[in-house]
Structures are given as C-alpha cells and as structure tokens.
Design a binder for this molecule. Structure first.
Ligand code: DC
Length: 231
C-alpha cells in the first residue's frame, strides 16, 4: 500500500491525538504531535521568565531559538514518542494549565512557527506519518494525501480536557478549563501567521456525538479509499 501523509487539524481537545495515535498504530505509521513542540518551547519560555500573565519577551525567545533542541524519542514502555527539550524528557510537564494558558501566544510568534514547521516538514519527508496540529493541512503539508479537520463543541471539548487533567491529579475547575479552551480557540483562529482554518480539501468530522470506535472506523475507511486510489 502506498505510504501517505495524514494531516489532522482542529481546535484543542477535539480528540486529534487519540485518533492520530490509533491510526498510526493500525497502519504502522509514525505519529507526530506538533502541539507538543509548541508546548515544549512554551515551557522553555516559562522557565526563562520570558512569558507571564501580562508580558511576553518575544525578542529574548527568538534569540534563544537556535539553542532550543526538540526531539521525539520513543518510550520503550509505552511505545509512544515523547518530546525532549534540550535532551530532557518533558512529556509530563507540558500538558498542565500553565503551559496551556501561554502556548497560543508562543505559537503565534512567526519565528517560532518557522523553526517548527521546517522541522515538521523534515519529519514527514519519508511519508508514512500521521501529524496533528492546527496548520498541518494548510501550511506544513498542503499536499498531504488525506486531510481531516476535527471539530466538537467547546463544552464537550472542555469536559474532555477537564476529565483528563483531573485523572492526572491536577487541581482545576471546569470553568477554568472552558475559559482556556475558548481563549485558545480565539487566538489560534485569529492570529496573523497560519491561523487555524479548514483546508479546502479537508474532510470535516464533528465528533461531539461520535464514539471513538465509530470515528476510528470512518477515518480508516477514508485512509483505505485514499491509499487505494493513489496506488
Ligand atoms: O494540540 P495542542 O492543544 O497540544 O496544541 C497546543 C497549542 O499549540 C495550541 O493552542 C495551538 C498551538 N499549535 C499550533 O499553533 N500549530 C500546531 N501545528 C500545533 C499546535
């Protein structure tokens, strides 16, 4: 079967990563979570006091970009790729509400985007990848063979993220999570550089009322159709 690039874009907590992992496992493809890359740079900015509630020292972060090294390394126990920031595994440190609150601002910086997009394009050179993010089908791989655009209501997405954070022991309220989700939606869709938009040739899936299995099967059918029509 011909190897393709599968681009999955959509707002936060639409279940992109769950779906992307399922598809990658089934096909033996590499899954690349581009949000983790933006989150790791945000963690770097927080640790260096470049970003806080009211300030963002973009110049300082831009100057440091050349010394920020990001790598995905497979964890042999979980069999999933985990993000390393300057050789430190930060997978467990990038999903909290603090990083979530600042990441959209960092991701709106054009120099940050340029660095990460270049790195993502190299990762996809050999195809056989499932990549999820906001601009994969529009900017990173405008020629991806299969593009999925995932949506769900803000309330459903906030509820999912809230449950996820609670299960990790984070002390958050549903209201805080909903406000983070809607703020990020706004910034991600309205920034100047590569805003989240549905690519013209993307297939939209609203999964507010879809089970994971139904969603997985419908995407798998799309993959089969795409790979057979491209062989
Ligand atoms: O998918 P996520 O919630 O982990 O992404 C974190 C943030 O990173 C999100 O608010 C927007 C940004 N992002 C982006 O701008 N472009 C991408 N390709 C992936 C994520």
């Amino acid at each position: 079967m011909k190897k393709i690039i599968i681009a999955i874009d959509g707002f936060s907590s639409t279940g992109k990563s769950t779906l992307a992992k399922q598809i990658a496992n089934k096909l033996g493809y590499t899954y690349i979570d581009t949000g983790a890359m933006y989150r790791a740079i945000t963690l770097y900015a927080i640790r260096h006091n470049y970003i806080s509630e009211n300030e963002f020292n973009e110049k300082a972060l831009e100057t440091d970009l050349k010394q920020i090294n990001l790598e995905f390394k497979s964890n042999p126990l979980t069999q999933t790729a985990e993000i390393h920031l300057n050789h430190e595994n930060v997978e467990d440190k990038i999903r909290n509400l603090q990083v979530s609150n600042y990441v959209s601002k960092v991701a709106a910086n054009s120099k940050v985007r340029k660095k990460l997009v270049e790195q993502q394009q190299i990762m996809g050179q050999k195809k056989a990848v499932v990549m999820d993010g906001r601009d994969i089908g529009t900017v990173v791989f405008p020629d991806a063979e299969l593009k999925i655009y995932m949506t769900a209501s803000a309330e459903v997405r906030a509820q999912r993220r809230y449950q996820e954070l609670l299960s990790k022991g984070d002390n958050v309220t549903y209201t805080d999570v909903l406000s983070n989700v809607t703020n990020r939606d706004y910034i991600d869709a309205n920034r100047k550089d590569s805003p989240l938009i549905k690519a013209k040739d993307a297939i939209e899936i609203d999964n507010s009322n879809l089970t994971l299995e139904a969603q997985f099967q419908s995407i798998l059918a799309l993959v089969r159709k795409t790979t057979s029509s491209n062989t």
